[in-house]
Design a protein around this ligand. Sequence first.
Ligand code: SAM
Ligand code: SF4
Ligand code: F3S
Length: 455
Amino acid sequence: MPGMDKSASQRFLLTTFGCQMNLADGQRIRGILQRLGYDETENEADADLILFNTCCVREHAEERLFSRVQSLKRLKAGRPELIIGVTGCLAQHHKKRLFEELPLTDFIFGPNDIEELPAILAALIAEPGRRRAGSFADVGHFAGEEADGIVLDRPFSAFVNIIRGCTNFCTYCIVPSVRGPEVSRPIHELIGLVTSLAARGVTEVTLLGQNVNAYGRDIGLADGFPRLLEELESVSGLRRIRFLTSHPRDFSAETIGRIARLSKVCESFHLPVQAGADRVLSLMNRGYTREYYLELLATVRELIPGVSITTDLICGFPSETDSEFEETLDLVRRARFDTAYMYYYSPRSGTKALDIAGLLPEEIRKERLARLIELQNSISQQISAELPGKKFEILVESVSTHGEGHVVGKTRTGRPIDLAGPASLVGNYVTVLVERARLWTLSGRLLQHDVEFEP
Ligand code: SAM
Ligand code: SF4
Ligand code: F3S
């Protein structure tokens, strides 16, 4: 790389916060850094470059990042040549003041400027001590998202961005202002990318977008999302196709019917509902009612037997009354989600919800969240209790943290199952009998496997 003078022994530590978009960007950042000759380390003390890939969706996410960076003060004081960088959504959001807020940082760049990273590092090395910033592009792109330009956490599973940005402007959400408008990647490029990934040994892809159902609209494809899935179905070597996130407003029965016919698409739908009262949904600008949402779930369950449905929920939105919160609880009882990501409302600068009167005290927001979690946990427990005795095909993902000689894999419905087995099973598809269930995760016994091993 011109202008770069570094020895092969340089190491980077990348820490990613936030959603799958950031994990996918992490795949690209790793690819770039490895191309530049850096090796990865998990240890701060060994790193020459520490990079944080950040999130700002809730205040808590920001606080965590600020304290993590500040905690490097002593390390940096002892090794002034250590380079510290911040990218991701928080960098984009705080771009004008981040150097002031985080004096330890040497460079910052936004999620839409990842391809600028080599030039930024070259400039830092050429002129040590002078801070550098990316261009903070407002609109995303797909440059560099090629099979040979990314480094996967697991060589058999890849995240694939199909649409960047978001144009939904839910009133509580900062994402559209930090990630820019929706930009879809053309179908032929995606087929090419997934085909090369499959040729490299990837058998599972997770297609990503803040609203995958909007895929193709900005490039003139009315039915882009089901068309893309139909075309990916024929990529040889690929066994599982997942996608995240679906906006309930944009999921038609026709699309669900088309997806139901595809054998590689997993029976796992993440359909964030956010709230159960129509007035709150309207204040959130979600574009659907509770009745519409519940009908959508019924359609998904009818067309895709055995489907797992998960969701996101926000409680304590400004002006949400007790009875409106009860409506959220009621919706959760009716919907019977397998599991849910639950949050209490966090005010974000630059979002419309800040102008809605009636911000609830944090105490009330937290109390509501505790009740919501309790209810959802009891439902998850009931659903899980029905699983022991059933058989599932899993893709073994990793060695388990539960003990030596154990591995963990996921069902097509996205449930993790822990089982006794050797590390050589990782990357393979095996059949497992579920023996025990917890809230969401399961334990089981290996029934059938497609590799030879000594038990
Ligand atoms: N695009 C997806 C969707 O529409 O559901 C997910 C977007 S966001 C990255 C993930 C989740 O964070 C949202 O579904 C929402 O539940 C939550 N979230 C976003 N903004 C929030 C806020 N200001 N306070 C609390 N939760 C928030
Ligand atoms: Fe945020 Fe709504 Fe876009 Fe999801 S769809 S990223 S919640 S604005
Ligand atoms: Fe966070 Fe950005 Fe994702 S704000 S949730 S990392 S799109």
